[in-house]
Design a protein around this ligand. Structure first.
Ligand code: FES
Length: 104
């Protein structure tokens, strides 16, 4: 499946990846600058991304931990913010646009 990515410099990229991985894993293993310093266990927030609000609305809601972490960001967007490690890349997400949130 395909992910359209906009990085923090505004460059866009198209990533082709198998599904079943987290968005953080897909971004990181395709050369995007995602620190993911906690390794994907929902405790660092360095995998902060934005998803389109309509896409996000159809996904499982943010967990309590995820909510706390994204809200701590100066760049929190209620309808779009996610932690990339907490969202699985599935066929349903084929072709969506992911934006890397600015670093705090
Ligand atoms: Fe640390 Fe996602 S990689 S919260």
């Amino acid at each position: 499946a395909v992910l359209n990515v906009i990085d923090r410099d505004g460059n866009d990229a198209v990533i082709e990846s198998d599904t079943g991985y987290s968005l953080m894993d897909v971004l990181q293993s395709n050369g995007q600058d995602i620190a993911a310093i906690c390794g994907g266990v929902c405790s660092c927030a360095t995998c902060h991304i934005y998803l389109p609000a309509d896409v996000n609305a159809k996904l499982p809601a943010r967990s309590g931990d995820e909510q706390v972490l994204v809200e701590e960001s100066e760049y929190y967007r209620e309808d779009e913010s996610r932690l990339g490690c907490q969202v699985e890349f599935t066929e349903e997400l084929d072709g969506i646009q992911v934006i890397l949130a600015p670093e705090d």
